[in-house]
Design a binder for this molecule. Structure first.
Ligand code: ADP
Ligand code: TRP
Length: 327
């Protein structure tokens, strides 16, 4: 079975955009591939988070991925910092990574601009750590957003370079599996653009019914169409797109027909949309509550994941050490 690796940044709660844009693909992939999904807590150290924040956000992400349906029996889900083999490979890859190429990475240059007082070596070598995450399991496919393409190119370059330096045919170049090309873009309800944490317009999987209703009822609309079958302006289209994602096709068709007949009442549509979003989120929300109250289950899942990941990592590392000349 082909090997898939993906890292998840522990940056808070999952929203509908994360679910339909990424998590859903992970859930499908766990049936078709040998998947390693890990929480990238080492990567998060570049911004010097408070220890309590790390603990909390790692727990949140693990809980929410499990609640969404990542199955620890099918996929290996682990916390990056539990698998120390990764840092050893990171060190070896760093020996073959050059300052110039690391400095040219766009996301590094952006960070230099955004946090000029904290341009640390971890930030510079973020792409080598990411390459180590991937190569440690000899992954062939990596599900990532388009923004990760440059890091993926670096991972392929480091794999190639290792092979060249040691004159071996050891690492396979990992291919990107672009999530954004396969998944829907979930819009925000504030008139334009996508749903996102930093956009401040997110509906979270753990939002309760009242919160969901409040967020949906606030969605931007207009005074309604005056000509039958008119094109939908962006805020209205966004409402319909969200309905297409979470509601029954018949519900979507009903409101679409009303729109086309100029008889739409956005209040009714939003009420229905809020209900359907809640129906989607409610079972996930319940599982989030159950799982987050069950620390021993979470610890067990993390321990089993770490063990499986370490076994795979140790196998690679043994071969790598041998190739490099260590016994
Ligand atoms: P955020 O910061 O809003 O949580 P990220 O940029 O961290 O989102 O993205 C995490 C993953 O979720 C990425 O794979 C990204 O493509 C996906 N994602 C985030 N928002 C959306 C959205 N509105 N529609 C589709 N996918 C999304
Ligand atoms: N850099 C990725 C992001 O920001 C997270 C990540 C770290 C990752 N290591 C990885 C993704 C390895 C895929 C494979 O989203």
């Amino acid at each position: 079975m082909e090997i898939v690796v993906s890292g998840i940044r522990p940056t808070g709660n999952l929203h509908l955009g994360n679910y339909f844009g990424a998590v859903k693909s992970f859930i499908q992939m766990q049936d078709e591939y040998k998947c390693f999904f890990f929480i990238a807590d080492w990567h998060s150290l570049t911004t010097h988070p408070h220890p309590e924040n790390i603990r909390r956000s790692v727990k949140t992400i693990l809980t929410e991925y499990l609640a969404c349906g990542i199955d620890p029996e099918k996929a290996t889900i682990y916390v990056q910092s539990d698998v120390r083999e990764v840092v050893e490979l990171y060190l070896y890859l760093n020996m073959n990574a050059y300052l110039g190429e690391l400095e040219r990475v766009t996301s590094f240059k952006e960070k230099v601009r955004k946090q000029p007082d904290n341009v640390n070596a971890g930030l510079l070598t973020y792409p080598t750590l990411m390459a180590a995450d991937i190569l440690i399991h000899k992954a062939v496919k990596v599900p990532v957003g388009k923004d990760q393409e440059q890091n993926m190119e670096m991972a392929r370059k480091f794999a190639r370079r290792f092979n060249t330096i040691y004159n071996v045919d050891y690492f396979v170049e990992p291919a990107s599996f672009h999530l954004s090309e396969r998944a829907v873009k979930v819009p925000g309800l504030d008139g334009s653009g996508k749903m996102g944490k930093s956009e401040g317009n997110a509906i979270y999987l753990m939002d309760d019914e009242k919160t969901i209703r409040k967020k949906v009822m606030k969605a931007v609309t207009d005074s309604g169409p005056t000509e039958p079958d008119s094109a939908k302006p962006e805020p209205i289209q966004n409402l319909f797109t969200l309905m297409e994602i979470v509601s029954e096709p018949s519900t979507y068709d009903y409101f679409n027909a009303q729109y086309n007949a100029c008889s739409i009442r956005y209040g009714d549509m939003k009420k229905q949309l809020a209900e359907d979003i809640n129906a989607f989120c409610a079972p996930i929300r319940e599982r989030i509550m159950d799982i987050s109250a069950n620390d021993s289950y979470l610890e067990k899942v993390a321990a089993i994941g770490a063990e499986k990941a370490r076994e795979s990592a140790a196998r690679t590392l043994k071969e790598v050490r041998n190739i490099i000349g260590f016994k």
